[in-house]
Each structure stands twice: as C-alpha cells, then as structure tokens.
Unconditional design. Sequence first.
Length: 303
Amino acid sequence: MPMNVTVGVCAYNEERNIKALLDDLLTQRGLSQDSKVIVVASGCTDNTVSIVREIRRGEPRVLLVEEKVRSGKARAINRILTMCPSGLLVLADADVRLARDSVGEVLRAFCDETIGVVGGLPIVGNSEEGPIVKSAAIIWRVMRRALTELSLRGELAFVMGELYCFRTSLLQRIPDETVNEDAYIAAFARTKGFKVLVAPAASFVTKVPASISDYVAQRRRVTYGHLLIKAKTGKFATSMEGIALNHTRLLLRAMMREAASRPSSIIRALLVLELEVIVRVLALLDLAAGKQHVIWKRIETTK
C-alpha cells in the first residue's frame, strides 16, 4: 500500500537530470498521491528552476523552493524539514536515477518501529567509461557488498546520501556545517537507539568521477566530512573509512568477492589505493587548517 511521505531533492545546476529524476519520483509505486516532492534549488544559474516550474504546473505534488544563494546541502535539507508534514522524509540527490520500486523498497522497512534510517544501494551508470571510472567503480561495488552485510548483522551506521529515508521525529535540523549529512543522520539515529539498514532492492544509478582531479576532489570532500564526524563523535561512520578500520575482515571478504567476479579489479584497485592515500592526506590537512567543504566544487564528470 502506498505511503504518505515527503520527498526532498536538493539541486544545484541539475538541468540535465532534474526532469528525469522527478519523473522517476512521481511514478514510484511506493508513494501515495498525497505525497509531496520538495525541490530546493540553491543558487542555480542554469535552467533547473524553469524546468521544475514547468513540471509543477501540471503536477501539484511538486513544490519548489528557490534560493538565490547556494549555502550548502545541510541548510537545504533543514529547509525541507521545516516544510515536511510527514513522519518520513526521503532524500534523493538531483543527479541520480531511480528504478520504479526503489522508494517503496526503502519505505517497506519502516513497518518496524525500531528502524530509524534506511538507505538504497548504488549502481554505477558509467562504469565502462575509461580507466579512472572503472577503478572508482570498484569502491562502489565493494561498498554495496559491505553495507549489505553490515545491515544484515545489525551493525550499520551509515547510508549513502544519494537515496535514503529517515524518521523526522529523530531530529529537527542538521548542523549547518555538516558535510556528510547522510553519515550524520545515520550516526545520530544510532545514538537514539534506532537501527540503520539498507534495502538491497532499492538501487539508485549514479556516475563516478571520470578524471583523477575530479576523483580526488570528490573523495577529499567526503573523507573530510567523515573525519569531521570522527573528530566530534569519536567514531567513524561505517563508510569506507570506518569499515576499513573497524570491520577489516568484512572489507577483505567484499574485496575478495569483487576480485573473484572481476579479476581485473585486483590491478585497478592499486590505482584506487594510491589515490585514497593522497585523498586522506589532503583531507587531514583540510581538517587541521579548518577548511570548510560545506559548499563544494561541482564535479562535472559525474553529471
């Protein structure tokens, strides 16, 4: 039975994908006709706003919040939270695509009142586009395996921000300086005694960076965000960093399964590991210097 929930989309210059994503959302089997889709378009300089306005003319479920200045994803989510009338809020990145049952699969888990956050799992949409993409895609496939196992074991404390849902009773707002709001919300839910899961059948299609500079820029920001959470809470989320430190055997099993299914991953993983060393050093320097990543450079090769 379709559930009445709110869907939030934070968008910055997403004219190439926003219509397709909204079409995906509005045709989800798991959403009721009363569910609202709130798009916060922040500082857009392309046609994102006009595209959403056009969709809104024929679809009253879509609401548009236009922000003249880009102020970060955490602030955009806080804006959505102030407008959210439902007990569940689904967040979807503006640059992904969703299968028709993805949201419904995420929502199904909330029949259990002990569940606080549920996330989807990634499919790399450009996995064959050159050596950097093929190498970066290894991380996403390994993470998919590792997150699924942690979820089954009840040890998950992280969801991927491209698609997830949480109970709005958990928190009223996210700290404005938060970089990885997905990790923050999942960690916060765990401190309140709620479980965090992934829904294996809820997939989102995304793109990974296609150049070394874009890969380093994206991972530098994400790694910085996890280091910031670690500095504040004393614990890593069960992201790649947290899994590597606290669930090493699980990570090795996931990597071995990846290598068994794709033997070339062994060689490509060496490039990923080298880049991750560079990324971690840069992120640590950013943290020491007090650099902010709340507003980050757009990664063009993922669009």
